[in-house]
Design a binder for this molecule. Structure first.
Ligand code: HEC
Ligand code: HEC
Length: 239
């Protein structure tokens, strides 16, 4: 009885340690492989990488001049709740990464703007990286709620933007996926022919059918404000 109780206590202790511990149980080779996968496009079918949408560093302390559509994953590996692009939550990091991979990275299926399931070893390696010492300073980091919005400013407001400010915002938030030489994972926007209204709808992902099974990720308000949207839409309109 005492022995089995001790086993239960030890077993429980080990579980808590594995979840809360500073990552000793991670295979260092997985961490290295995961770090590479995070920024490499040779394993994705769409040319997109995790780094196109998420920083893997502390954006406040070490900004790189970019504001990506989604949140930094620094300190995110041990959260208890994760936000997915479909605005639902999950308690599983595995599930959060899977959702992004199916939506944006893996080989496209015939319909629905989704891809196939990612490989198990890719998931394992990415999780190891997100939970490694490089990425974790706090174990109890709170999750960041994206401020999703389904409305765009009126036509009158959309005409009041400043394309010079918009150019800087374009460099900051769009060019990573839309370089003008056409070498990016998303089309060049030079002479794109869209109205300001259509550009604004793309940015907030309103009624967007996508292209070739891929949909541009929405920028929530906390990544691009309405004022910024108005300015960047004016720049893209006259590109
Ligand atoms: C095209 C954009 C895009 C790509 C590419 C992408 N994600 Fe995401 N990811 C999102 C969005 C949108 C969310 C939900 C909103 C948010 O947390 O910013 C999200 C959420 C997450 C979350 C939950 C974050 C939290 O704090 O709740 C994790 C973890 C995650 N992604 C990991 C990954 C990994 C790892 C990759 C690469 C394999 C990846 N994502 C690729 C857009 C993307
Ligand atoms: C994470 C990558 C990514 C980022 C960042 C991004 N886009 Fe996109 N964008 C895409 C993809 C992929 C498509 C093609 C699928 C679609 O139309 O939804 C696209 C399509 C578009 C289109 C339609 C292009 C066409 O030829 O039909 C416009 C306009 C656009 N984006 C504007 C923007 C603006 C403005 C920004 C910056 C505020 C931006 N995008 C940031 C990935 C991105």
């Amino acid at each position: 009885m005492i022995v089995s109780l001790a086993c239960v206590l030890l077993g429980f202790g080990a579980v808590v340690w594995a979840v809360d511990g500073p990552g000793q149980s991670l295979d260092p080779n997985d961490v290295i492989a995961g770090k590479r996968l995070f920024r490499a496009d040779d394993w994705t079918a769409t040319g997109l990488t995790c780094l196109h949408c998420h920083a893997d560093f502390n954006e406040k302390k070490d900004p790189d001049g970019k504001v990506r559509p989604s949140h930094s994953l620094f300190n995110a590996g041990y959260r208890t709740i994760f936000n997915k692009w479909d605005r639902k939550n999950t308690h599983s990091l595995d599930e959060a990464i899977r959702a992004c991979s199916v939506r944006w990275l893996t080989k496209r299926q015939e319909t629905g703007n989704i891809g196939v399931e990612p490989a198990q070893h890719h998931l394992r390696q990415l999780i190891a990286y997100l939970r490694s010492g490089d990425m974790i300073q706090e174990f109890k980091a709170k999750s960041i709620e994206p401020m999703w919005i389904d409305k765009i400013p009126s036509d009158r407001m959309l005409k009041m933007g400043d394309a010079t400010i918009g150019f800087r915002l374009f460099r900051r938030s769009c060019e990573g996926c839309h370089p003008s030489d056409g070498t990016g994972p998303a089309p060049s926007l030079v002479r794109n022919g869209y109205s300001r209204y259509q550009i604004a709808k793309k940015i907030r992902n309103i009624n967007n059918p996508g292209i070739n099974g891929l949909v541009m990720p929405a920028f929530p308000l906390d990544r691009l404000s309405d004022r910024e949207l108005i300015n960047v839409a004016n720049y893209v309109f006259q590109m």
